[in-house]
Design a protein around this ligand. Structure first.
Ligand SMILES: [Zn+2]
Length: 279
């Protein structure tokens, strides 16, 4: 599943092809994505892309009228890659492959193409301001932003009886901490994934916030190194070649103490941890 680093890598891959360019046409071959693609997406036709950015795992393409006299509403397009989605750059005339559901055709003949075999992805329109959109308005801070800190986690967790792993994977707490990165960050911070969120000290949350930044930052940098592959239009974004400390290492020795890494299902997701290093 594409996680925040892969989405950031995708953003960096498509942004130079989109920003400043005019969208000639939106082609929807299959509108049965996670939610039906609304006809509003056509509002983007004939507009210029002002900028592209990411909020959590949502990719936003902000558009503006080419003719500044026109009163087209401010807004743009929104993608979510879901479980299996990807975006690639190709020529508008290139024959679509299986599962190529959406094209953003640009005036220069290039095309941003959305492929999603499992169709849990999202493609929709948003009206400005984006932060008011129903999918975005309740999102917590970006993990690599100033707004995210150990203090934020500590404050938000008071009175919370659930497992800390579920707490940090909740997009209302902080966005983009998926299952892999949650397991890795909790190991780095020495915190047991099933520990009650409300009973963890401020000092330990400082360590956890630093670990989340570190693991996501490294993954994004690794994604960046494979960006050239992504642009080779083979359709495969250069997913982070992961160097994982505990994730999917059940039974293998902990890199820190040698104890066997354990697996436990928390919130219906597999969690990996060292029973000796994490308390
Ligand atoms: Zn250990």
């Amino acid at each position: 599943m594409p996680e925040l680093p892969e989405v950031e890598t995708t953003l960096r891959g498509i942004e130079p092809f989109l920003s400043g360019h005019v969208i000639r046409e939106i082609t929807v071959r299959n509108s049965a994505l996670r939610w039906p693609v609304p006809t509003d997406v056509r509002l983007a036709e004939g507009t210029r892309v002002r900028r592209c950015w990411r909020r959590g795992k949502y990719l936003l393409v902000e558009t503006e009228p080419v003719d500044t006299e026109s009163a087209a509403p401010g807004g743009g397009l929104l993608f979510h890659l879901g479980m299996s989605g990807s975006l690639r750059i190709c020529g508008a005339e290139d024959a679509p492959r299986k599962h190529d559901h959406v094209d953003l055709v640009l005036e220069n003949g290039k095309c941003v193409r959305f492929n999603d075999p499992r169709r849990f992805g999202v493609f929709t329109w948003w009206n400005a301001p984006a932060c008011a959109h129903k999918l975005l308005k309740d999102l917590g801070p970006e993990p690599l932003s100033e707004a995210f800190s150990g203090h934020h986690l500590w404050k938000a967790s008071r009175g919370r009886k659930g497992a800390v792993k579920n707490f940090i994977m909740d997009g209302k707490t902080v966005v983009g901490v998926g299952n892999i990165y949650a397991s890795e960050a909790l190991f780095m911070a020495g915190i047991h994934p099933a520990r009650q969120a409300g009973r963890i000290s401020a000092v330990r949350y400082d360590a956890l916030a630093a670990a989340i930044r570190d693991v996501l930052g490294r993954a994004i940098r690794r994604g960046g190194t494979t960006l050239r592959d992504f642009l080779n239009t083979d359709g495969n974004p250069g997913y982070f070649a992961r160097e994982l400390l505990v994730y999917e290492r059940e039974g293998k020795p902990c890199f820190q103490c040698g104890a066997a890494v354990k697996r436990k299902v928390i919130g219906q997701r597999s969690s990996y941890y060292c029973p000796r290093c994490q308390r």
